[in-house]
Design a protein around this ligand. Structure first.
Ligand code: SF4
Length: 383
């Protein structure tokens, strides 16, 4: 559910197919799909018109789902549904975190009410971050989200801190009585502190919170592919007889997205590798330097590229266009064709990207300035 990687005491990732603790690394997507019963996103296309789909769906960025039909039905019949998400405060909002945000905003625009957890218990467990510091960071993050398009109407977006919300704490505790240690070890490994298990169960309560409050209704939580085990644990708890009798939970649905990889060619975007990522309010000169240094799918020489064409699917510049900066399919397709044919050279393509980022950033920061006070008020006044 959350976007930021944990940083301490993670189990040995070499032994994990997926990374339940959120380091953002998935080694084998096919195995992930089979192991977690993830369905291809394309199987809802016949029920959801193209004009109602997010471009992430058609581009295979949002590549899979579990149980999304309930939400698609709600969208088509204009019935209520909930969008559950959250963020683990750890620092400035960065370009890799935007994938989840754009999906949440999309589902909200399709009619969903957003429930947004500031996962400060999780950030305490993972990074030892005090609740005060987590609040300060989350104000900035929420301002970014409002600037990206998250509805500022409190009836459409409910924001809360885990450390202050009695419902998620109470139900995290109750759910813990219905899960064995073996299950938790199977999902998260056994070389971690107990707090991780606790935080995971609170996260289950976060996802079910809209239904605990409002009764049974479809819900969707967009997550990175590495978070699939959380999704399965949540659905397993929701389907238990004791909770079905008490709440009649509609099994929560999840969408799964690919994760942007490091701009510099590293396997993931990480703040510990500054050249791999940039934040939305980073000095533009610094962003330019990172784009100039980006891994591309270009050839060794311009002449060779003109003759053979380049390889967009190996290119981190292309990834940034695909995820964020070429939102129009026609524009992206045109770039792809010119890249493949050798008509477009990487230097010009990087210039396009820098121009696009500069414009995007300028608009974003202007909007962020306008909503910052509101974010401060919302984060500090809830609960
Ligand atoms: S032309 Fe653009 S998309 Fe193609 S490899 Fe070069 S930088 Fe990447």
């Amino acid at each position: 559910m959350t976007n930021e990687p944990h940083t301490t005491d993670s189990p040995d990732q070499e032994n994990l197919v997926v990374d339940a603790l959120g380091t953002g690394v998935v080694k084998d997507y096919d195995r992930l799909i089979n192991e977690f019963g993830i369905e291809p996103i394309s199987n809802i296309f016949d029920k959801l018109d193209k004009n109602k789909r997010h471009y992430f769906m058609d581009r295979g960025i949002m590549f899979g789902h579990t149980g999304l039909q309930t939400v698609v039905d709600a969208i088509n019949k204009q019935k209520p549904f909930a969008v559950m998400t959250g963020i683990k405060p750890s620092g400035k909002y960065h370009i890799g975190s935007m994938t989840t945000a754009l999906e949440v905003i999309y589902f909200q625009q399709m009619g969903g009410d957003v429930s947004f957890a500031i996962a400060d218990i999780e950030s305490y467990v993972a990074s030892g971050l005090s609740f005060e510091k987590a609040t300060e960071i989350s104000v900035d993050n929420v301002a970014d989200l409002f600037a990206l398009g998250l509805d500022t109407d409190p009836d459409k977006t409910f924001i809360y801190r885990q450390s202050e919300d009695q419902i998620v704490q109470k139900y995290g505790h109750i759910f813990s009585s219905h899960v064995t240690m073996n299950t938790l070890k199977g999902i998260y490994g056994d070389k971690i502190r107990v707090g991780y298990y606790n935080a995971a169960l609170i996260q289950v309560a976060d996802i079910l919170r809209p239904q605990i409050i409002n009764g049974s209704l479809p819900t969707v939580t967009p997550i990175g592919a590495d978070q699939a085990p959380h999704g399965r644990l949540t659905r397993d708890i929701a389907r238990k007889q004791v909770f079905q009798e008490k709440f009649g939970f509609t099994l929560p649905s999840f969408t799964y997205h690919l994760m942007l990889q490091g701009i510099d060619g590293s396997g993931k975007m990480s703040k510990s590798m500054p050249m791999s990522v940039f934040t939305l309010d980073e000095d533009f000169k610094s962003i330019k330097k990172k784009i100039n240094n980006a891994l591309t799918g270009g050839r060794d020489t311009a002449q060779e590229q003109k003759e053979k064409g380049a390889e967009p699917d190996k290119c981190r510049v292309y990834d940034l266009f695909k995820f964020v900066f070429d939102a129009e399919d026609k524009q992206l397709l045109d770039r792809r064709e010119r890249c493949l044919s050798g008509e477009l050279l990487c230097g010009y393509c990087k210039k396009d990207l820098k121009d696009a980022i500069e414009e995007y950033q300028k608009e974003h920061l202007e909007k962020k300035k306008q909503v910052f006070e509101l974010a401060l008020k919302v984060v500090n006044s809830n609960n």
